[in-house]
Design a protein around this ligand. Structure first.
Ligand code: GLA
Length: 689
């Protein structure tokens, strides 16, 4: 029901927008093509697609630079704008929008860019605003772009608060080199109206790009009927028993993962009812391939009827060329359609760029690159696509902890954990087990008397109960996944450097003493002799804590306890610890014969010291520091590639992180790669300042 009402609301708002747009077009304040733009009128929507072969109104900012229309490549259509002869890295393409935009509205700016240089380049869109008090430059969007592929830049421009504006320029440039670059489909839209992509009312007497599927039918603009205004399109077919489609090429309009609505009105005066299908057909090299029917509608006689469908191109679709088709399913000689609208659904579902270089591929000769994810990520196709692109190891964020696997004594719940294993198997991704023995997220029944419910003590009888539970838990869990989990965090966070003996006073310790640690390793090894077994901890760079961990693991190893590695959680920040301290830790731990290192939970906090309200400039500065630090850390990990065999991030993207309001990961909430990501791929595109 809710969906239905929502659908109606959406349709209603699309209709309202369509009407507003129609009115705006008629009175001359809106235009879909700049060729129709006249001089100083403020616009709510302007598009420069360069198909009119005009460079103007674009200008160069560098003296030696040239701008020309080029047909080598285009984001859509045949032509794009080529910027060449740049001498300075800030030489770029300028667009004077002083007389185009209405300052009382916020604008969404989108443009497509392309370059052919041999390396990655960072593109910037900035505004240059002149007011009475001087000129100010502000970056609106920064994005790293790979060669030979058109990519979209998005920015927004909000001048609503600014007084005394004299001039407003937009500038596109590439601060990472003087490479030539191309620009296409440069659009400016008032943000509120940005969900209307196409509206055709045929009032300009053109058939607006619609094509009949074959020669036995024809399309014409007619006055015979109209849903609104004066004109509509009449579809006629001459051959009998033929149901030919009307098609509309919409190349480049549909972005993967985003949801679109298609709506139009149909009228037919012939049949009692006409069944009509609307859908999309994919084209490859100009040829029709498969089609998807998005909706079917029954159009009664003599009644304008709305046809409504929605479409979300799937993320793994490689297809960029689409046709929308309208096909009668009943035999009919003619019908009319009007007010054809394509709009995005208002809620933009951000998507990752799956063409980015793969992180795990980049480091395949060094170590695995992993990620910890909540189960919801495995059920979200967008997250899955990103995970598959960049990571070859997975850790369940919480779903394989004792409270998830054995919430009540003897009641094991493996359904979600099994899903992780299935996912990893299906996608050929390795999985780390996290974590068997920990003082947190372990149900309290472990430490309570089975009959009385009282707290267990360190009496021999109680020790036996807990040890049995430990053994049973480990045997059940580890043997279930035997041979399928490459590494287990067997014991997590057992050291507390503030205790005189360095042992955390957990319930495990209080009841069993330090013995629980070696027992856990022994039981795990018995259950899966091939799994690598790790001791895992945070703040391993604290010299006092580091020493305790070193002594503990060295001692266990010398005793013959089956332990194969130490996990450095690496929940760190831009300011602590230093990269040198991380290196010292790796050096010290790996000096124990037979000990490998996994970086198990890396994230780099930036906002901790500043709070959530950091301004954009400070945030950008900190994100650059974060990227630098991560790069330096990875250099150390690479240096120790013989001992560092796996590096996992604690989260896929910033808004999934346990560090709420911080920005500790590689991707932002909209799946966009941050400087931190690029620092691991090509640090030269990370800004210096
Ligand atoms: C520790 C644990 C992880 C996780 C993080 C914070 O590092 O090992 O399982 O709980 O804290 O989310």
């Amino acid at each position: 029901m809710k969906g239905c009402v929502y659908g109606k609301l959406k349709r209603f708002s699309a209709l309202i927008l369509a009407i507003l747009f129609l009115v705006a077009t008629l009175i001359g304040i809106g235009s879909t093509k700049v060729s129709k733009v006249s001089g100083a009128t403020k616009k709510s929507f302007v598009e420069f697609n360069f198909e009119n072969k005009l460079v103007a109104p674009f200008k160069t900012s560098g003296k030696s630079m040239t701008l020309k229309i080029d047909s080598t490549t285009a984001a859509e259509g045949t032509f794009s704008l080529l910027a060449s002869g740049r001498k300075q890295i800030d030489d770029g393409v300028l667009l004077d929008v002083t007389n185009i935009i209405d300052y009382s509205n916020e604008y969404t700016i989108t443009l497509y860019v392309y370059h052919k240089s041999s390396k990655l380049q960072r593109f910037v869109v900035s505004s240059e605003i002149e007011t009475k008090s001087g000129k100010e430059n502000k970056p609106l969007c920064e994005k790293v772009i790979m060669p030979n592929s058109w990519k979209k830049l998005d920015a927004s421009l909000n001048l609503t608060e600014l007084k005394g504006i004299k001039k407003v320029w937009l500038k596109v440039y590439v601060p990472t080199s003087t490479t030539n670059f191309y620009v296409d489909l440069f659009t400016l839209k008032v943000s509120e109206s940005s969900n209307l992509i196409k509206f055709e009312s045929f009032e300009d007497k053109s058939i607006a790009g619609f094509v009949p599927q074959d020669k036995k039918c024809k399309l014409s603009v007619t006055k015979e009927k109209a849903y609104q205004g004066t004109y509509s399109i009449k579809f006629q077919q001459t051959a009998k028993k033929q149901n030919t489609a009307v098609t509309l090429p919409v190349k480049g309009t549909f972005e993967k993962g985003k949801s679109y609505s298609i709506s139009f009105y149909v009228y037919q005066p012939i049949l009692k009812s006409l069944n009509l299908a609307v859908g999309v057909r994919f084209l490859e090299n100009g040829k029709n391939t498969k089609e998807i029917v998005l909706g079917k509608v029954t159009v009664p006689k003599n009644k304008w009827t709305e046809v409504f469908a929605s479409y979300t191109p799937s993320l793994d679709s490689k297809i960029k060329d689409f046709l929308i088709f309208i096909r009668p399913l009943s035999e009919i000689s003619y019908y009319y359609f009007d007010n054809f609208t394509i709009s995005d659904d208002g809620w933009y579902s951000a998507v990752p760029d799956l063409d980015l270089p793969s992180l795990s591929e980049k480091y395949k000769n060094y170590f695995k690159v992993g990620v910890a994810v909540p189960y919801k990520a495995l059920t979200n196709p967008v997250d899955v696509a990103l995970i598959k692109r960049h990571f070859n190891s997975i850790t369940a964020e919480n779903e394989m902890k004792p409270e998830a696997l054995e919430p009540y004594e003897g009641t094991f719940n493996f359904s979600i954990a099994d899903e992780y294993l299935n996912f990893c198997k299906k996608n050929n991704i390795a999985i780390r087990g996290h974590t068997l023995v920990w003082h947190q997220q372990t149900p309290s029944w472990f430490f309570q008397h089975p009959q009385t419910g009282e707290k267990l003590t360190n009496s021999e009888k109680d020790k036996k109960i807990l040890l049995e539970r430990l053994k049973k838990y480990i045997q059940t869990v580890v043997s279930r996944y035997k041979g399928r989990i490459y590494a287990w965090d067997v014991v997590n966070e057992a050291i507390d450097e503030n205790q005189p003996d360095g042992f955390r006073r957990s319930e495990w310790f209080n009841i069993l003493g330090p013995e629980y640690i070696e027992k856990a390793f022994i039981y795990t090894h018995q259950a899966d002799p091939n799994a690598l077994l790790f001791y895992n901890d945070y703040s391993t760079e604290n010299p006092v804590k580091r020493e305790y961990i070193y002594k503990l693991i060295k001692g266990l190893k010398e005793k013959g306890v089956p332990i194969h590695g130490i996990g450095l959680q690496c929940h760190i920040s831009v300011s602590w610890p230093s990269v040198e301290e991380v290196e010292k830790t790796i050096k010290l731990f790996s000096s124990i014969p037979g000990i490998k290192i996994h970086v198990t939970e890396i994230d780099i906090s930036v906002a901790k010291e500043f709070g959530e309200d950091i301004d954009e400039e400070t945030k950008r500065y900190l994100l650059i520091q974060q990227a630098r630090k991560l790069k330096d850390l990875f250099d150390v990990f690479k240096k120790y590639k013989n001992v560092v065999t796996s590096v996992s991030f604690w989260g896929l993207k910033d808004d999934y992180s346990w560090l709420k309001g911080d920005f500790p990961l590689l991707f932002d909430k909209d799946y966009q790669p941050k400087f931190a990501f690029w620092s691991l791929i090509d640090p030269s595109v990370v800004p210096e300042e």
